[in-house]
Design a protein around this ligand. Structure first.
Ligand code: ZN
Ligand code: ZN
Length: 151
């Protein structure tokens, strides 16, 4: 779990403000989806978000969740993580950290590491590309799955 320097509440406030500034209407459902993403460190799928929020929001549907995720993605608040054929997972503000992925259960954890700026510089230098970003994933077996395997 990441050490949070900014409270979830402040992040939500800032994100809502950013959406308002770009003309996005804030509904209670929209705010709930956003809040869930900020508080969850599990990189949930749309289905998981729906299941978590449906009991409190009877008019919420999976389509509502997808629709909101699309809006958040377009405003740059949320990143969509796609790994192979598995359902997309969503991550609030995913710059500044890398992912380690369990090959057994698909869990994604965050870890912080200084940005690999040097790789981008070298890539730019060698290829003459204008580098915009990079993506790095680490794979392994998570502690829970290691325990299961030992039993
Ligand atoms: Zn696992
Ligand atoms: Zn993440």
């Amino acid at each position: 779990m990441a050490v949070e320097s900014v409270s979830a509440e402040a992040k939500l406030h800032e994100a809502v403000q950013q959406l308002r500034d770009s003309g996005v209407r804030i509904t209670p459902q929209r705010q709930a989806v956003l809040n869930y993403l900020i508080e969850a460190d599990s990189h949930p799928t749309a289905d998981e978000i729906y299941k978590a929020l449906a009991p409190q929001y009877s008019s919420m549907s999976v389509a509502t969740v997808y629709n909101n995720l699309k809006v958040f993605k377009e405003s740059g608040l949320v990143k969509e993580l796609t790994y192979g054929d598995a359902a997309s997972r969503f991550d609030f503000d995913s710059h500044n950290h890398y992912h380690i992925i369990c090959s057994e259960c698909g869990k994604i954890n965050d870890f912080h590491y200084p940005r690999l700026d040097e790789v981008e510089n070298i890539a730019e230098h060698i290829t003459n590309f204008n580098v915009t970003h990079h993506r790095m994933e680490i794979y392994g077996i998570c502690p829970e799955c290691q325990q299961k395997a030992e039993q």
